[in-house]
Design a protein around this ligand. Structure first.
Ligand code: GDP
Ligand code: ADP
Ligand code: 5GP
Length: 208
C-alpha cells in the first residue's frame, strides 16, 4: 500500500505570495499534490471561479455547515468566514496526494492540534513596502480592503515562530525551490519511505 500524503498548512500575510507559490509548485510537482478548496463567505474577486478558487457560500450556509460538523477547521478572517471542509482533504490525502491548505494562523493552529503530523510553512514578504506593492499590483481589492489587509499583516506575521518552516518570498524562483525542497525532503522521511518501500526492504532483508 502506498503511504498517504502530507497535509501542508501555508500561511502568510495577504499578498506575500502563497497562492502564487502553491500554483507554481502544482505546475511542476514531481509527486502527487493538490490544493484544498476552502469555503468562504467573501465575494468572488474578478476572475475567481466558484468551486475552483473557493466554494463561495452565504453566511447562513456556512453556519449550517458549522452546525453539521462539516469543517475540519474554520476561522473568521477580515470579517468573513473561511473554512476547510473535511470532504476537501480526507480522501485526497488517502489517495497519496500532498494537500496544501492556504489558511490563516488561526486555522494553522487548529490543524496542528487535530493533525500533529501536518507540516506548517510560513511565507514572509521581503519588506512591508513590497507587501503593499504586491497588494496594489494584484489590482483585485479596493483601497479599503487593502488597508485592512495591511493592518492585519502585523497580526499574521506575529505568529511566525509557530511554524515548522519559513520561506521569505523575495526572489520568486528561489522561494519556489525552497518550497519544493521541503516537500521532497518530507517525502524521503523514514516513516514515509519505510511504508512505501516495505516490499523492497522485505526483499533486501530476505535470507538466502
Ligand atoms: P489572500 O490572503 O490574498 O490569499 O486572500 P484570501 O481572501 O484568499 O484569504 C484570506 C485569509 O483567509 C487568508 O489569511 C487565508 O489564509 C485565510 N483562509 C483561506 N482559506 C482558509 C481556510 O480554509 N481556513 C482558514 N482558517 N483560513 C483560510
Ligand atoms: P497571497 O496568496 O499570499 O495573498 P498572491 O500569490 O496573490 O498572494 O501574490 C500577491 C501578488 O504578488 C500577486 O500579484 C503576485 O503575482 C505577486 N508576487 C508573488 N510573489 C512575488 C515575488 N516573489 N516577487 C514579486 N511579486 C510577487
Ligand atoms: P482572500 O480573501 O484573500 O482569498 O483570503 C484571506 C485570508 O483567508 C488568507 O490569509 C487565506 O489564507 C485565508 N483563508 C482562506 N481560506 C481559508 C480557510 O479555509 N480557513 C482559514 N482559516 N483561512 C482561510
Amino acid at each position: 500500500m502506498s503511504a498517504s500524503g502530507t497535509l501542508y498548512v501555508i500561511s502568510a500575510p495577504s499578498g506575500a505570495g502563497k497562492s502564487s507559490l502553491i500554483k507554481a509548485y502544482l505546475k511542476q510537482a514531481v509527486a502527487k499534490a493538490a490544493v484544498s478548496v476552502s469555503h468562504t463567505t467573501r465575494s468572488p474577486r474578478p476572475g475567481e471561479i466558484d468551486g475552483e478558487h473557493y466554494h463561495f457560500v452565504d453566511h447562513a450556509k456556512f453556519e449550517d455547515m458549522i452546525e453539521q460538523d462539516d469543517f475540519f477547521e474554520w476561522a473568521k478572517v477580515f470579517d468573513n468566514y473561511y473554512g476547510t471542509s473535511k470532504a476537501a482533504i480526507e480522501q485526497t490525502l488517502e489517495q497519496g496526494y500532498d494537500v496544501f491548505l492556504d489558511i490563516d494562523w488561526q486555522g494553522a493552529r487548529q490543524v496542528k492540534q487535530l493533525k500533529p503530523d501536518a507540516k506548517s510553512i510560513f511565507i514572509a514578504p521581503p519588506s512591508q513596502a513590497a507587501l503593499l506593492t504586491r497588494l496594489l499590483n494584484r489590482r483585485q481589492d479596493s483601497e479599503e480592503v487593502i488597508n485592512k489587509r495591511m493592518a492585519e499583516a502585523h497580526s499574521e506575521i506575529s505568529h511566525y515562530t509557530e511554524f515548522d518552516y519559513i520561506i521569505v518570498n523575495d526572489e520568486f524562483e528561489l522561494a519556489l525551490s525552497e518550497l519544493t525542497a521541503i516537500l521532497i525532503a518530507n517525502r524521503c522521511s523514514q516513516a514515509k519511505q519505510a511504508k512505501k518501500y516495505q516490499a523492497l526492504f522485505d526483499d533486501l532483508l530476505a535470507k538466502g
